[in-house]
Design a binder for this molecule. Sequence first.
Ligand code: SAH
Length: 484
Amino acid sequence: MDQLPVFLDLRDRLVLLVGGGEVAARKAQLLLSAGARLRVVAPQLCSELRQLCERSGTELINARFEPAHLAAAMLAVAATDDPQVNQAVSAAGRAANVWVNAVDDASASSCYLPAIVDRSPVIIAVGTKGASPTLARRVRAQLESLLPHRLGKLALLAGRMRGLVRRALADQAQRRKFWDQFFDSALATSILAGAIEQEAADAEFSAELAAATAASVASAAAPAARGAVWLIGAGPGDPDLLTLRAQQLLQQCDVVLYDRLVPQAVLERVRRDAERVFVGKRPGEHRTTQARINELLQGYAARGLRVARLKGGDPLVFGRGGEEIAALVSAGVPVLVVPGVTAAFGAAAASAIPLTHRGLAQSVCFVTAMGEAAASLDWRALAAPLQTVVFYMGVSQLPRIVERLLQHGAPPARAAAVIERATQPGQRVVAGELQDIVARVTAAGVAAPALLMVGDVTRFAGLAAGTTAKPAAGSVYTTHTPES
Ligand code: SAH
């Protein structure tokens, strides 16, 4: 490392900006947002920069650059497309001991403006010493997706509470331990998820600090951390369809409870040393009962652990998420819900079937036709035209569903498609009509998980699957097979 990254306090400091084009305008915006006072030197200004200067009351010099323009500046930015001007600024800066950044010209620069991830007051600067601004931007993009949007809120709370913590915990090692526990805590997660107001967060923080202080006085033992359960949607299978928050929380949890629909590729995104607990049904075994799952969730949370309850698709769509929430809330366990891409959305996207389409479908309906509940559905409404009905189902239910739709007035030629393992390796789409979909699905040997979409929008199936012609209704084809 032959450069030192530093954060400059530019408030009310004079910065010279040489150049009048759009690049200069962007730099002006950046410098103004950092509180700098600007002096802009350029023979001509683009309208964007002119407006910016007028609005901010910036000093404007309509001329070519001269060394005298550096007077009283601590930093100069050369943003012209003329290398000679940039070199002149560079030379004058060196002579006057002023830092110079020449945009896109490393040889004329004594300092570089980094790519910035701004979660103020947390600011991350990425530099490549001018070697590749594009690479710096890509690193920045990766950091953007890794870091919670509200990281700054967490830092602000820590800033507000720092004095309080210092007074409460005299020992530095204890303070550090307390802060580490706080940043790992359910409270910190709630702040990052925007699930708690500032006042309530401050109050809860104070309570945790009081508990930590009491514990340190009594026995120097760690205070009992408060556990929490995060109900996280795992999406339809492709791990890249996890939300950013799901990924962040899966990296923080102590234990994860998952069921059959959660594929290995998603589990691989879970923190390595988190305990993994399978609570689904294995062939030949009994399903873990819902009551037992609720009990497990409560038990782990009571031990102060951060529990990820990972469910296929979205946790609140046919996922019994409501039952888990009710049980946890009544046991006093904090719950945070993170949505996931539900199977219907995954299947629609992966087969390029629009769920609504002008003239074909004005509404979408998600139904489960599993078990006894099927009898109580309003089949006449489900058989009506101009809609898309998505059946989450066991594949064995398919003949009964189709039979009922036909009995209740759906035409045999209504289009339908079954999507198997949507977004997963080996995804298949079987397209047809109500009158032949059962035979086609049987012939193709479709297995779980699969869902049925009924509606004329399913004639879109395959249009975007890389085939040159629209496949005939009834075709079976494979689309998008990640990692296969
Ligand atoms: N909570 C889940 C649904 C659970 S019900 C969600 O939001 O997606 C289980 C049913 O979802 C399965 O029987 C199947 O019909 C459907 N399903 C789940 N994942 C699927 C996938 N990758 N492809 C097709 N159907 C899927």
